[in-house]
Design a binder for this molecule. Structure first.
Ligand SMILES: Nc1ncnc2c1ncn2[C@@H]1O[C@H](COP(=O)(O)OP(=O)(O)OP(=O)(O)O)[C@@H](O)[C@H]1O
Length: 793
C-alpha cells in the first residue's frame, strides 16, 4: 500500500461545515485583534515623547504593537491548519499564531504551533500517540475549509504510515507544483524536524542531513520558534546566513509569512555594511584568503604599521629641531601596545607620548636659551642683579619664572604641548609611525605591496601563496572587494578598532546645538506669550533639554534593520544554512557576531563545493567551542523522489564512503532519463518538458562556465547573476542552484561539471538532487562513469 492510499480522505459535509463555522469564528477573532492593535498603534504613534524615558517607552510600545500587527497580518493565509482531539476529551485547534479567547480565563481559541500544547500535533504517531486520539489536518483556501484529513492514532497501528505525521497532507504538500518561492511547512512538520526546532536554544546545534531533508525549512522554523520563546533572542534578533542572494530571495518569504520580522537574512559577504563584494576571484585565491592563518597575517600587517624607525628622527617644530631617538620610538610603541587596545584606539596613547616628548624637548630648548641669555647678559653687564630681566625673558618664552614653581611649570608645559600637538611635523611623524588605519586602507596597501605581504605573511604563507594575494592598488574607500576580502576587512576591524573620540565629541557638539536651538525656540515662545498675555506659556512647562529631547528622531527601525546597518551588531541567535561552504575566516566573523554561541548550523558535508569549505563539522567548530556542540541528523528526503535518489547513490559513495543517503518519502514512478545532445539542442528538450509540465518550474542546471551559452539558446528563460526563480524556466550555473528546487531539472554536461573544479563531484550531486518530480541529464559526450553505472543498474 502506498503512503497516499493509507490515508482516508475525510470530506463528510457535516464535518466540513462544522470546521467552516469554527474557522469563521477564528477569522472574526483575528479581525477584532487586528483592529484593536491598529488602534493602539495609532494612539502610541500620536503620543508625545516628553522625557527621554517617556520617549523610550513610547518607542518600545510602538515596536511592540507594530510587531504584533505584522504577526496578525501574516496569519491570514492558513490561519488554522490542524486539530488535536486528546484522549482526555480536550480539543485544541492549532494554527500559525495563538488567538486568545475574549474571556481571559477561557482556553485559547487557537494554539500557536510553537506552544508546548501543539507539540503532539507533530510528534504523535500510532506507536506513540502522546495522548492524542485523533489528529486532523484542516486544508483551507483563503478563509474557506476545502478538505479534512484525519488520523486516528490510538486505533490499530497503520503500517503504511511509516511514522509520518499527517501523511496525506505531507504528500500533498511535497507534490504541489513549485512556485519559485519556498513555502513554510508549519502544517506538516515531521517529528524529527520538530525535535530540532524545539531543541534547547543554548550552544551550537549542527543539523546534518542529505539533500531535501528539510534543513533549510527546519532552520527557518527554528528561528521563528526561538523568537517566540526567548525575549533575549528577540531583543537581539536572529541572523540567517545563506550561500547567495538568489537563495536568500528564494527563502525570503518564509519568516515574514510566519510573522517574524526580527530576522536578518544575509550572505556572509554582506555582513560588513558599507562595502559591496563585487569582485570575482580565482578559487585558489579564495581558498588562501579563507585560511585561519590570515588572522595572524593581518595582525602582523598591523604590527608592521607600528614599527619604530631604526634611526633617530629629527622633527622641525617651529624654529626648533626636535630629535627623537630610536629608543624613544620603541618605548612609545611598546607603551601604546601595552594598553592592549586595538591599533586605532591605542593610537592616542602613542600620540600623547610623542607630544609629551616633543613638548619636553621644546621646554628644554627654551630653558637652555634662557640660561644662555642670562649668562650672556651677566657677562656683558658685570655683577648687576638681573632678576627682573630674567623674569622678563622667561615670560617671553612662556616659561615658569622660577624653577620649582610647579603650577607655573605645568601651565608652561600645557602651552608647549599645544604647540607640539598642532605642529604638522609631529602629526606627520605620528601618521607615519602609527597611522590611523581603516580596514580598507590596511588591506589595500597590504595587497598592493609584495614587500608588505612578505613581511606580514613570511613563515605563514609560501611565496606562491603570497603571490595569489597580490593585486594592483584599489581605492581604499570603495570598489574592488571580493567576498573573501570582506571577511578579511571584518577581521581587520577587530585588530584596528575604531577611534570614535571624534564622533563622540561631534555628537556632544550637536547635542549642545540642539539645546541651544531649543532655547531659542523657548525664548521666542516666551516673548510671544508675554505679548499675548497668556497665563501659562510653553516655557513654564518645558526647559531646553526637554524640548531638545522632543526634537530627537525616534529610532523605529526593526531589529533586523538596525543589525543590517551595524558592523559590530551581535545577534541573539545565528543560523547558518549550507554551513559546509564556509571558510575558517567566515566562521571567525560569525562567531564574533554571536558571542553567546547560540547557533544552529545546517548543512551537508557531501554537498561542499567551495574551495575552503568543510570536510568535517569539528574542523569548523573546534577552534571556537572545542567539542561542546551537538550533532543531529535528518534522514528523510522530502524533495527528491526515490527514483532520482537511486541514481545518485554511486556518486555519493565516491564523495563520502560513510554517507547514509536519506530515504525518499515518495516515488513518482518516473525514472530519470538521459540523452546525448550538444548544448545548443537543449532548447528542444526544455520545450518538450514544459509541454508536459503545465504549471510549475523547470531549471536547466549547467557547469558555471556553460550557463550563459545555454541561456543564449533559451531566450524565454530567466538567467544571469540574478535570475527570477518564479519564471517558468531558469538557467542556472550549478553554483547558483545550491539550496533551490524545481519540479523538473535538466542537467546539462555532467562531465563538465565534474571537471570544472576539485569539488566538481559535489557540484554534480547538488545538481542531481534539485528536482521534485523529473530529472533529465543531457550530455554532449559520454556520461561520467558514476552516472553510466547508475543509469544501467
Ligand atoms: N515536513 C515537511 N512538510 C512538507 N514539506 C517539507 C517538509 N520538510 C521538507 N519539506 C520540503 O522539502 C523540500 C526540501 O526542503 P529543504 O530545502 O529545507 O531541504 P534541504 O535539506 O535544505 O535541502 P538541500 O540540502 O538539498 O538544499 C522543500 O520543498 C520543503 O518545503
Amino acid at each position: 500500500m502506498s503512503l497516499a492510499d493509507s490515508v482516508t480522505p475525510h470530506d463528510a459535509p457535516s464535518d466540513l461545515d462544522r470546521e467552516q463555522n469554527r474557522l469563521t469564528v477564528l477569522y472574526a477573532r483575528l479581525d477584532t485583534l487586528r483592529d484593536t492593535t491598529r488602534q493602539r498603534l495609532a494612539e502610541v504613534a500620536a503620543r508625545p515623547g516628553g522625557t527621554p524615558q517617556a520617549r523610550t517607552e513610547r518607542d518600545a510600545a510602538f515596536t511592540e504593537y507594530a510587531t504584533r500587527l505584522s504577526r496578525l497580518e501574516a496569519a491570514e493565509n492558513g490561519l488554522c491548519f490542524g486539530r488535536l482531539d486528546l484522549r482526555s476529551g480536550e480539543r485544541h485547534y492549532i494554527g500559525r499564531i495563538g488567538l486568545p479567547a475574549d474571556d481571559p480565563d477561557a482556553d485559547p481559541l487557537l494554539v500557536d504551533w510553537r506552544a508546548p500544547a501543539a507539540r503532539a500535533f507533530y510528534v504523535a504517531t500510532s506507536a506513540a500517540p502522546e495522548g492524542v486520539h485523533r489528529r486532523r489536518h484542516i486544508v483551507t483556501r483563503g478563509r474557506r475549509v476545502v478538505s479534512l484529513d484525519d488520523e486516528v492514532l490510538d486505533g490499530a497501528p497503520d503500517a503504511g504510515r511509516e511514522n509520518l505525521a499527517g501523511a496525506a497532507a505531507l504528500l500533498a504538500a511535497v507534490n504541489t507544483g513549485r512556485t519559485g518561492r519556498m513555502q513554510d511547512i508549519v502544517a506538516t512538520l515531521q517529528a524529527e524536524q520538530d525535535a530540532i526546532i524545539r531543541s534547547d536554544q543554548n550552544g551550537v546545534l549542527v543539523v546534518q542531513g542529505g539533500p531535501g531533508t528539510g534543513k533549510t525549512a527546519v532552520a527557518l522554523h527554528r528561528a521563528a520558534y526561538l523568537l517566540y520563546h526567548s525575549a533575549r533572542i528577540a531583543s537581539r534578533g536572529v541572523l540567517v546566513v545563506g550561500p547567495n542572494a538568489t537563495f536568500l530571495r528564494y527563502i525570503g518569504q518564509v519568516l515574514p509569512g510566519l510573522g517574524e520580522t526580527s530576522v536578518l537574512l544575509s550572505t556572509v559577504g554582506e555582513l560588513f555594511p558599507g562595502v559591496v563584494a563585487d569582485r570575482r576571484e580565482a578559487a585558489a585565491t579564495v581558498e588562501v584568503k579563507g585560511r585561519p592563518v590570515l588572522a595572524d597575517v593581518l595582525a602582523a600587517a598591523v604590527r608592521d604599521r607600528q614599527a619604530p624607525p631604526g634611526r633617530p628622527l629629527t622633527l622641525q617644530v617651529g624654529d626648533d629641531p626636535v630629535r627623537l631617538e630610536p629608543e624613544f620610538w620603541v618605548a612609545a610603541a611598546d607603551r601604546a601596545r601595552a594598553t592592549r587596545r586595538p591599533h586605532n584606539q591605542a593610537r592616542p596613547t602613542f600620540v600623547r607620548l610623542v607630544v609629551d616628548e616633543v613638548a619636553r624637548q621644546l621646554i628644554a630648548h627654551a630653558r637652555g636659551l634662557a640660561d644662555r641669555l642670562v649668562a650672556d647678559a651677566a657677562e656683558m653687564l658685570g655683577g648687576a642683579d638681573l632678576d627682573a630681566a630674567v623674569r622678563g625673558d622667561l615670560a617671553r618664552l612662556g616659561l615658569a619664572d622660577a624653577p620649582g614653581d610647579e603650577d607655573a611649570y605645568a601651565e608652561t608645559a600645557v602651552d608647549y604641548r599645544a604647540v607640539a600637538e598642532s605642529d604638522p611635523a609631529v602629526a606627520d611623524a605620528c601618521e607615519l609611525l602609527w597611522p590611523r588605519l581603516t580596514p580598507q586602507r590596511l588591506l589595500a596597501e597590504l595587497f598592493a605591496s609584495p614587500d608588505r605581504l612578505a613581511s606580514a605573511a613570511g613563515g605563514l604563507l609560501t611565496p606562491d601563496e603570497q603571490a595569489l594575494l597580490v593585486r594592483p592598488a584599489v581605492s581604499s574607500v570603495a570598489g574592488g572587494w571580493s567576498t573573501a576580502d570582506l571577511l578579511l576587512l571584518d577581521e581587520a576591524l577587530q585588530v584596528l578598532g575604531v577611534d570614535d573620540r571624534a564622533a563622540r565629541s561631534r555628537a556632544a557638539r550637536s547635542r549642545d546645538e540642539e539645546i541651544a536651538y531649543a532655547q531659542g525656540v523657548l525664548d521666542i515662545a516666551a516673548g510671544s506669550a508675554s505679548e499675548d498675555g497668556e497665563a501659562l506659556s510653553v516655557t513654564d512647562m518645558l526647559d531646553a533639554h526637554q524640548l531638545a529631547d522632543q526634537f530627537g528622531v525616534a529610532d523605529r527601525r526593526t531589529i533586523a534593520e538596525r543589525a543590517a546597518a551595524d558592523r559590530t551588531w551581535t545577534f541573539g541567535h545565528v543560523i547558518v544554512d549550507e554551513a559546509q561552504e564556509l571558510s575558517p575566516m567566515a566562521w571567525r566573523l560569525l562567531m564574533r557576531r554571536c558571542p553567546t554561541r547560540s547557533m544552529t548550523l545546517v548543512g551537508d558535508i557531501a554537498q561542499t563545493s567551495s574551495p575552503g569549505g568543510l570536510r568535517a563539522w569539528d574542523q569548523a567548530l573546534e577552534p571556537f567551542v572545542g567539542d561542546r556542540w551537538r550533532l543531529t541528523r535528518l534522514s528523510v528526503n522530502y524533495r527528491t523522489p526515490a527514483e532520482i535518489m537511486a541514481l545518485t547513490a554511486p556518486l555519493l559513495a565516491t564523495l563520502d564512503a560513510d554517507a547514509e543517503p536519506p530515504s525518499s518519502v515518495r516515488e513518482t514512478g518516473v525514472p530519470p532519463w538521459h540523452a546525448e545532445v550538444p548544448p545548443e539542442q537543449v532548447a528542444e528538450h526544455v520545450r518538450a518538458q514544459l509541454a508536459e509540465l503545465g504549471q510549475g518550474r523547470l531549471a536547466v542546471i549547467t557547469p558555471d562556465a556553460l550557463a550563459s551559452e545555454v541561456a543564449a539558446v533559451l531566450p524565454e528563460a530567466s538567467a544571469g547573476p540574478d535570475p527570477d526563480l518564479t519564471a517558468p524556466v531558469v538557467v542556472l550555473g550549478v553554483g547558483q542552484a545550491k539550496g533551490l528546487e524545481f519540479d523538473v531539472v535538466l542537467l546539462v554536461d555532467p562531465a563538465g561539471m565534474i571537471d570544472a573544479s576539485p569539488r566538481g563531484g559535489n557540484d554534480l550531486y547538488v545538481a542531481l538532487t534539485r528536482a521534485t518530480q523529473r530529472l533529465g541529464v543531457l550530455h554532449p559526450g559520454p556520461l561520467p562513469g558514476v552516472l553510466r553505472e547508475a543509469f544501467t543498474a
